[in-house]
Design a protein around this ligand. Structure first.
Ligand code: ADP
Ligand code: MG
Length: 405
């Protein structure tokens, strides 16, 4: 996890004692259980948010944390309440955290007014307000006006959302004196090292479920990396592009041509796209399913591919260990179920053995390394933002960063 605030720009705000500082954090954690008794299954993002909040509180600011959780439809929905997350934040900070049951309404105003110097409050899920994610500048701006009216300054610390042009990320920064938080600064620092003169060999490992999300980054990395290893659910669209049968595996038909063109380009450019040679298949996605290892070009028609096979895992691990810069996004298989976790475990293990910079990006990938029992400090960096880091690596300008310049 990104650590420390040594690169933080919070000092740019000057004296914060007694001032109300809005902090946009990324507290979008996975939850389980019924709406009235939600349990956080991975609190990594809450823990990553603590240093900046603590730094501000220790400096005497009245800290008001804004964040989203999941994708509610622009209206209050108890299943997406930040209340359990605010409680967890309080436990991690070791002090009470006030909670406002609305975003910019009476509860928010009262909660903020009741803060003493050094105290912390969390506002309810900003996505309970339709203005947060609106594509209409005026509607988004109106919500940002009300958020900004609650505070004296703004700190952007939610790296997982800096690629979003949303009210609490982008518009509010235009309305208040603002600064970059330590977490965002640390993330940007690492991404810069991945894009500017990375130590070689530079190995990129991509997996996860959606090819279409990750094609743009492949496009850019084919010019920058030395090799691309592909696993996870996205493998099958590549295998289909080679003309192989993929059975009932995940397949994005409309991306097959794009995958074929990347494979062609990789062949010409000398930056190989390495695909698995064997695949773990089963008849259903279940922890009890009987599994079988088959050649990647011989997936039975009635089976689904749910992990890379042992031979591929070893081959990937070897290539990763040789890397001096390694970026990994997306699990190699359905790691949530034990029978399909071995590929992801092997890749994660190899990243811990890299002599150089190893970076894990992606919400599920980060959750996977924690679930599989790896120590966070075994990696060079675990990014809190999958989409944001991919867009950065694609070479895109991220609105939430641009607005801070
Ligand atoms: P990240 O959040 O790290 O960017 P993604 O969201 O792209 O990763 O993908 C994570 C999901 O991909 C996991 O829930 C995992 O179960 C799924 N996945 C990995 N391999 C497969 C596969 N072979 N078939 C179906 N789903 C897969
Ligand atoms: Mg994900």
């Amino acid at each position: 996890m990104a650590q420390g605030n040594q690169h933080s720009g919070i000092e740019a705000l000057g004296e914060v004692r007694g001032r109300i500082v809005l902090v946009r954090s990324d507290l979008n954690v996975p939850l389980d259980g019924p709406a009235e008794a939600r349990v956080i299954t991975d609190d990594g993002r809450v823990r990553a948010s603590v240093p900046t909040i603590r730094q501000l509180a220790d400096a005497g600011a009245r800290v008001v944390v804004t964040a989203h959780l999941g994708r509610p439809k622009g209206a209050p929905d108890p299943a997406y309440s930040l209340a359990p997350v605010a409680r967890r934040l309080g436990e991690l900070l070791g002090k009470p955290v006030a909670f406002a049951t609305d975003t910019v309404g009476e509860s928010a105003k009262e909660t903020v007014a009741g803060l003493e110097d050094g105290a912390v409050a969390v506002l309810e899920n900003v996505r309970f307000n339709p203005g947060e994610t609106s594509k209409d500048d005026a509607e988004r701006g109106a919500f940002a006006d009300r958020l900004a009216a609650l505070g004296d300054a703004f700190v952007s610390d939610g790296f997982g959302v800096v690629h979003r042009k949303q009210a609490s990320v982008y518009d509010v920064a235009q309305r208040l004196p603002h600064a970059m938080g330590g977490l965002v600064a640390a993330e940007v620092d690492v991404l810069r090292r991945l894009t500017e003169d990375p130590a070689r060999p530079y190995v990129v490992v991509l997996g996860g479920s959606k090819v279409s999300d990750k094609l743009a980054v492949i496009d850019n990395l084919l010019d920058k990396a030395d090799e691309l290893l592909v696993g996870g659910g996205m493998v099958f669209t590549f295998l289909a592009a080679l003309g192989h049968e993929v059975g009932r595996s995940l397949l994005e038909e409309d991306q097959v041509d794009a995958c074929r063109s990347y494979l062609d380009r990789a062949g010409r450019s000398g930056v190989p796209i390495v695909l698995p040679s064997d695949i773990v298949v089963a008849a259903e996605v279940s922890a009890e399913a009987e599994t079988q290892v088959v050649a990647a070009d011989a997936i039975p028609a009635d089976r689904l591919g749910l992990d890379i096979g042992p031979e591929s895992a070893e081959r990937f691990a070897e290539r990763i260990r040789r890397g001096r810069t390694v970026f990994w996004n997306g699990p190699m298989g359905v790691f949530e179920l034990d029978p399909f976790a071995a590929g992801t475990r092997a890749v994660a293990q190899a990243l811990t053995e890299v002599d150089g910079l190893s970076v894990v990006g992606g919400g599920d990938s980060a959750a996977a390394v924690r679930k599989l029992g790896f120590a966070e400090d075994a990696f060079g960096h675990i990014s809190t933002g999958g989409g944001a880091s991919l867009e950065y690596l694609e070479g895109k300008q991220l609105p939430g960063l641009a607005v801070l310049d």
